[in-house]
Design a protein around this ligand. Structure first.
Ligand SMILES: Cc1cc2nc3c(=O)[nH]c(=O)nc-3n(C[C@H](O)[C@H](O)[C@H](O)COP(=O)(O)O)c2cc1C
Length: 369
């Protein structure tokens, strides 16, 4: 008799027990209510997906300045905390575990989304070659202004407060969004960071903001409840850099020292080729980190089985497959067919394309769906 593959077995993450090693990746769906407040519909959506070992809830701005797309939820007001509480309660009732991804978009924003119609902020005043989502349309990101030196500690404090708020809302932990060309990533890369103070220039200086934010989050929540997401080679949102292997080797060494509960890594170009930069050595990075590694990007059932068979500290995050398959864990376990995604209902709108994807059980009752 063959034993259950590791992908489908329980895993200890910090002080939590995950029921399997399948993670729901953070997925922006732009369905928050006025005031950027999470809704009952969002609670239903996450509860439907609570059989994931771990849910990482969608990127949530730590301040209005940190917002880059319409109707994304925030984690900086009492009303938002109350809105999120219904989400965490619904997931916990189903036996799930849920983290929140903390987000500041930096220059990937539009003045119409900013407080008082102000310019978005960035490490340097360099416009992103990226689109944002405003008033139902994708539009180019606005020209940013460079952050003043004395604004940086205030930003670190926003992450600290957001971490406190996420815990108050009942999340089991938080993930720093340091991937995909948003603010933290903009500090890391020499294409977007031309600063001449201690936050720009050398690898150590460009990494400083990320490490200060992580330290602040860990001070609040403890390292057992703080993870981080990175996308070492992804060109997402117009990001570029000349020394990725050296930069991420340094970062992994520093993160090994801080020992967050996991490193979550987008391998390749986000939502595109896993082989985007064939010279970049992910294996060498993996060896530098002794903790839990969440792998993401284009994973299939076979790839996920392979990785978790060979790496006893690896989990696998699925993004798009979780959108259209609320019972993805069961489908992967049974090797059942996966439903495809409706691209027109990804961002904004209501239940359609959000909470109405059927499970296998729904299909048993009504096979024509
Ligand atoms: C609709 C949509 C929204 C996304 N929102 C986020 C997000 O909020 N934060 C993030 O880090 N990545 C986000 N991503 C990227 C996914 O988390 C994931 O990295 C990507 O889809 C690749 O994984 P997959 O091949 O399993 O889909 C988003 C992707 C999609 C399709």
């Amino acid at each position: 008799m063959s034993s259950t593959p590791p992908l489908f077995t329980a895993y200890s993450l910090g002080q939590l027990t995950l029921s399997n090693r399948i993670v729901m990746a953070p997925l922006t769906r732009s369905r928050a209510a006025a005031g950027f407040i999470p809704t009952k519909l969002m609670a239903d959506y996450y509860a439907q997906r609570a059989s994931a070992g771990l849910i990482i809830a969608e990127a949530s701005q730590i301040s209005q300045q940190g917002m880059g797309y319409q109707d994304t939820p925030g984690i900086y007001s009492a009303e938002q905390v109350a809105g999120w509480r219904q989400v965490t309660e619904a997931v916990h009732q189903q036996g799930g575990v849920i983290f929140l991804q903390l987000w500041h978009v930096g220059r990937v924003s539009h003045y119409k989304l900013q407080p008082g119609g102000a310019q978005p902020v960035a490490p340097s005043a360099i416009q992103a070659d990226a689109m944002t989502f405003v008033e139902g349309d994708f539009v180019p990101a606005s020209e940013p202004r460079a952050l003043e030196r004395d604004e940086i500690p205030l930003l670190v404090n926003d992450y600290r407060l957001a971490t406190e708020n996420a815990l108050a809302a009942g999340f089991d932990g938080v993930e720093l969004h340091a991937a995909n060309g948003y603010l933290v990533d903009q500090f890391l890369r020499d294409g977007s960071n031309h600063r001449t103070d201690e936050y720009g220039g050398s690898i150590e200086n460009r990494s400083r903001f990320l490490l200060e934010v992580m330290s602040a989050m860990i001070e609040v929540a403890g390292n057992h409840r703080v993870g981080i997401r990175l996308s070492p080679v992804s060109p997402a949102n117009g990001i570029s850099n000349s020394d990725n292997q050296a930069l991420f080797s340094y970062l992994f060494d520093q993160l090994e020292r801080l020992a967050p509960v996991y490193l979550h890594v987008i391998e390749g170009a986000t939502m595109s080729s896993r082989e985007f930069d064939p010279d970049f050595d992910f294996g060498q990075l993996r060896k530098r980190y002794s903790g839990t590694y969440i792998a993401n990007n284009g994973y299939t059932r076979d790839l996920a089985l392979q990785l978790t068979n060979s790496d006893s500290k690896a989990l696998v995050a699925f993004g798009r497959k979780f959108i259209s398959n609320p019972d993805l864990v069961r489908r992967l376990m049974e090797d059942a067919p996966l439903q495809s995604l409706d691209k027109h209902t990804l961002y904004g709108g209501g239940a359609k394309g959000y909470t109405d994807y059927p499970t296998l059980s729904d299909q048993d009752v009504n096979p024509s769906r």
